[in-house]
Design a protein. Sequence first.
Length: 535
Amino acid sequence: MTATAFALRGTGSRQLAGTGTLVRFALRRDRAMIPIWVGVNALMVLSMPNTLKGLYGTAAERADLVRQMETNASLRAMIGPVFDDSLGALTAWRAGVYAGALAAVMSLLIVVRHTRDEEESGRQEMISAGMVGRRAPLTAALLTAAVANAVLALLIAGGLAGQGAGGALAFGLGIAGVGMVFATMAAIVAQFTESARLARGLTAGLLGAAFVLRAAGDSATDDGSSVLTWVSPIGWLENLRAFADERWWVLLLFAGAAVVQGAVAYELAGRRDVGMSFLPSRPGPAEGRLGTAGALAWRLQRGSVLGWSIGFLLAGVVYGGMTEGAADLVGDNDNAREIFQRMGGQSGLTDAFLAAMVGMLGLVAALYVVASVLRLHGEETSGRAEPVLANAVGRLRWAAGHLIVAFGGSVLLMLLAGLGLALGYGKSAGPILAACLVQLPAIWVIGGVAVLLHGVSPRVATAAWGVAGAVLLIGWVGPALDVPQAVLDVSPFGHLPKLPGGEMEWGPVLVLTGVAVVLVGVGVAGLRRRDVISG
């Protein structure tokens, strides 16, 4: 919001005409997406104090945790350093990195959706033909992101106030600050590319770079003082030191970055035509090289598959390298051991930790499948599918290309995750690869839900994100909160055998695979029978 205010001072009222209407329209369009993102993020953060209290109930246990983190570089790389042994400080340590990253992803999706997506679909040109100022769409997008981040900050600050009002406020503002930094960053990136998909991918790549820089800096030092940590906005959130003698001046870094990036985005937006970009797409060959619908689907999604593949391989290497350190960190803590066993099975602690990490990677892979399946929805609503289907291409062939990329891509991701885990852990890859592949039926069930919703009722297809988010929340937070087994069983991942270390059970695997096949079949049948939508 600060960036928007900065830019408003340099524009006339005509430049912003219609901003309020566009903001209301954006909030209405995102009435499902924003609450899901905000709710999942807030619940993750607010569940941490009780979880940590159960794990480290005494001051001595918490102090021992802090001492162990000072010597555990691999865990600092994943979670960050811890600055105090209070429950509030431990909450900021355990949830801060991931809460900031989720706020960043939410913000970049909002901004790209209401800027470059609208221009790419042609809707922005129609809107701009009315009483709408030149900079109103960008202003509305940033204001929508600001509203989402403000609500998130209020929920976190209010929910953690019992741990210390000052620390709760600082933590909430810091997470919102990360979100707004990446919102304004996405606003800049959207000016340079004609493709919304590329704008999302580039901004997500910048977020990944920020995470890697922060991880490298934190692995080198135990107090967040590394230059690499300070280069990353996620590192700023750490160095805000919520609940540990807050550094309030760090909030100025978030505000300054948002202001400067927002101003740059406004300047760039004023220098180009609607629908154009500073880096236009290169013209294709004189003669088409894509002979099938499947080839077109691969061409459209290959960049996404590559990005996810690199991420899963690297995540596997990092998690594999953490395995021995995690066992040392748990030590004799029965509560921590119980959580790992609920997530990863009753085998030895090392196998339970590996199984828990495999399960977490499976949950994230479900997000990839949903995103890839919903590419069908994006192609249809943008109007690009209709010209393809007007030729000698049936709906089944068109859909099959994207579904092969989605479901086949999930196999690739889990294989790379298993390979990364084995490389990081330094052990035989066979059992770990088998454990990763066992996750596929549950991943496919979530993908099948996305196919069903798009095929039968495309207007609610994006609700698949809500299903994936709920499953992620159950798998991530449920074991730590000791929720009833009946709740854990709502997720398809709750029925999978806990490998490595546990016994292989083919029954649940086959049943889940059958459920996924039925969901996909019904969804494809619905797609063949209904009309193609145009927006």
